[in-house]
Design a protein around this ligand. Structure first.
Ligand code: 5PN
Ligand code: ZN
Ligand code: ZN
Length: 274
């Protein structure tokens, strides 16, 4: 744990309406918010928590989210800025498989892919209202190729680029787990079926608790207001309370997934937390 470093990799921005960020509260109007990935340099290897969105995918499937992403904000570009290559990553942990959290998985060709068992199950038989969230299946080419007879899910987009070269290894997890010394996954379901938040313990500062989409922003937490994108609102709200309780219990600092206000204060790569 003592020499663990945490890098925040800026992944660009998207736009959604205020009523999506603050469910049934708003106010309405465009909100442009950041997406980012968390690279953990640990004695056991390089771990990345979430991989942002793919610019071409969003431009094609969700153009109304007005993606802005420079080359430096892609996974290969962001890693290059800190002297690392996509092939160097040993583990990809996905909080969940919404398109804005798994779009860069496909570059990480040597990594073992870790997620909650329920999330891997859910993304190929999702509810109809979750279709856009699970629209980028490039992280699992084998699932994306499956016929729609599997139920609701796994509809590879006809416009998606070919993926035959990429065959990720999946390792599924359930329950709260310390997956490496000082790297904790906490179950925070509701936004999706198998959602995880991550806490990283560091030598020189408070633990960092990454909420992922269980809580988009500090304002969501202050208002105890979930986003409109969710599988189960009651579970999502419980998970938000759980994050508050965990932060208190471990004296952890909360880092939100899509916070236009606090993201400016975070140290971004090539800077790091240690
Ligand atoms: C940013 C964003 N946009 C749309 C959706 C959706 O349909 O489910 C999740 C989600 C998002 O995080
Ligand atoms: Zn999400
Ligand atoms: Zn998200």
């Amino acid at each position: 744990m003592s020499d663990t470093k945490v890098y925040l990799l800026d992944g660009g921005t998207l736009v959604i309406d205020g009523y999506h960020v603050f469910w049934n509260k708003g106010p309405g109007g465009d909100i442009r918010f950041p997406c980012y990935s968390v690279l953990v340099e640990h004695k056991d290897g390089l771990y990345i928590f979430d991989t942002g969105y793919d610019f071409d995918h969003v431009s094609r499937v969700l153009p109304f989210e007005k993606p802005i992403q420079s080359k430096d904000q892609t996974i290969p570009g962001a890693l290059a800025k800190i002297g690392k290559r996509p092939e160097d990553i040993n583990y990809v942990i996905n909080s969940h498989y919404h398109f804005d959290h798994c779009g860069g998985n496909k570059y990480l060709t040597n990594a073992c892919t870790v997620c909650h068992a329920k999330e891997l199950e859910a993304c190929s038989c999702f509810q109809p209202f979750e279709r856009l969230g699970y629209s980028d299946m490039s992280f699992a080419p084998e699932l994306a190729k499956k016929p729609a007879s599997q139920g609701e899910g796994a509809s590879g987009d006809a416009g998606d680029p070919p993926l035959d070269i990429y065959t990720p290894k999946f390792e599924t997890v359930t329950g709260d787990q310390e997956i490496a010394k000082g790297i904790w996954l906490f179950e925070t379901p509701g936004h999706t079926a198998g959602h995880y938040s991550m806490m990283v313990e560091l030598a020189n500062r408070r633990p960092m608790l990454f909420t992922a989409d269980a809580c988009y922003s500090r304002k969501n937490m202050e208002m105890m207001c979930i986003s409109s994108f969710h599988l189960d609102p009651t579970e999502n709200l419980k998970s938000m309370q759980r994050l508050k309780d965990l932060a208190e219990k471990y004296d952890a600092e909360l880092f939100y997934s899509h916070d236009p206000e606090t993201f400016g204060d975070y140290i971004k790569a090539p800077g790091y937390y240690s």
